[in-house]
Design a protein around this ligand. Structure first.
Ligand SMILES: Nc1ncnc2c1ncn2[C@@H]1O[C@H](COP(=O)(O)OP(=O)(O)OP(=O)(O)O)[C@@H](O)[C@H]1O
Ligand SMILES: [Mg+2]
Length: 334
């Protein structure tokens, strides 16, 4: 049975710069169900990190969450709007319920501490009475789940390779039994083989722990085989959201369609791959039309006027799938 674990409603994050305001996350709404893996894809600068920061209360000045709700449904507990909590109340949910692994994650390891001290400090920060041997037993178990040997506990971060560090961080992020984990480009700094390996591990962990994962990347080829549902961001907006297979086979937003044909695959003929022409708009200088209109084949072919007002909402297209393209039926008929 699907039950929501997180409902993001109309979340808006603005950056107030000296002469202008940028909406890096614009009125984004999406629901994540318990136990699923949701992927968020979009070009660099489309607002993926800003969305996750907005959800996790991490936005810092000059940025500000200016609207929206982030409703978290704890297991067996009452739903809570994380945005209405005081910092102290929010801190109770952070790490124990909602955890994260970020792009520059490797910096979270303190070079002067051994891996085991990272596990101990993380747990003791939340439960000063936890017994060392219990924490280390659990740390060993988590390390084995990310295919690391126990001896890693005695290593300093500089003694580990990039892939080992990243797996250590993933194990560390699981030590407090979180309910939902946000992974923002957790593998980008790694080579492709290591990326696949880590994704396989994450998938396994997700199955074994019934974890919910939200996974951001600009590289859809990496997560296509891992996620259950996919959200596509463009210029701060969520433009399409739906079950991953449908998104690949039956996209209903021209931007998603473009992303899918731009995906490299091991089997494919590189010359047939087409990048989407043009660049994303400057967020400080957005077109008055649909944000994607300047790059949209349907707009170029006169199939859609690209009326800005009508892109202000998501429209249901296929089952469980939603698109911001109000002309999707016309554009994707056949
Ligand atoms: N600290 C900041 N100050 C000003 N503007 C910012 C700041 N952080 C983000 N932005 C704006 O928000 C936009 C979205 O940035 P964000 O980092 O969320 O994109 P992203 O999709 O995560 O990109 P990437 O794939 O490169 O990680 C940026 O293009 C930038 O205009
Ligand atoms: Mg980012």
């Amino acid at each position: 049975m699907t039950e929501p674990i997180l409902e993001v409603k109309n979340l808006t994050v603005e950056f107030k710069l000296h002469d202008r305001t940028i909406r890096a996350c614009d009125n984004v709404s999406l629901t994540v169900n318990r136990g699923e893996i949701v992927g968020i894809i979009g070009e660099s600068g489309s607002g993926k990190t800003t969305l996750v920061f907005g959800i996790l209360n991490l936005v810092q000045a000059p940025g500000e969450v200016t609207a929206g709700q982030v409703i978290y449904h704890p297991k067996g507990g009452r739903p809570v709007d994380l945005r209405t909590l005081s910092p102290e109340e929010f801190a109770r949910y952070r790490w124990t319920n909602l955890t994260s692994v970020f792009q520059a994650a490797q910096n979270v390891l303190n070079p002067t501490l051994r891996v085991k001290e990272h596990f101990l400090e993380t747990v003791w920060a939340h439960d000063p009475n936890a017994r060392e041997e219990d924490v280390l037993a659990k740390a060993r178990d988590l390390l084995s789940q990310v295919r690391l040997e126990e001896r890693v506990l005695d290593c300093y971060p500089h003694q580990l390779s990039g892939g080992m560090k990243q797996r250590t961080i993933i194990a560390l992020s699981l030590i407090l039994n979180p309910d939902i984990i946000f992974l923002d480009e957790p593998t980008t700094a790694l080579d492709v083989i290591t990326q696949w390996y880590i994704l396989e591990i994450l998938k396994r962990i997700q199955k074994d722990h019934g974890l919910t994962m939200v996974f951001c990347t600009h590289d859809v080829s990496i997560i296509g085989s891992v996620v259950d549902r996919l959200g596509v961001m463009y210029a701060g907006e969520l433009v399409e959201y739906g079950p991953v297979l449908n998104m690949f086979k039956k996209p209903t937003h021209p931007y998603t369609a473009g992303l899918m044909t731009a995906i490299p695959s091991l089997r494919d003929d590189v010359t047939k791959r087409k990048a989407i022409p043009g660049n994303p708009p400057d967020l400080a200088n957005l077109p008055d039309s649909c944000r994607f209109a300047p790059r949209c084949f349907a707009h170029a072919q006169g199939l859609c006027e690209g009326d800005r007002a009508r892109t202000g909402q998501l429209y249901p297209s296929h089952p469980g799938q939603y698109t911001r393209c109000y002309s999707w039926e016309k554009v994707f008929k056949s």
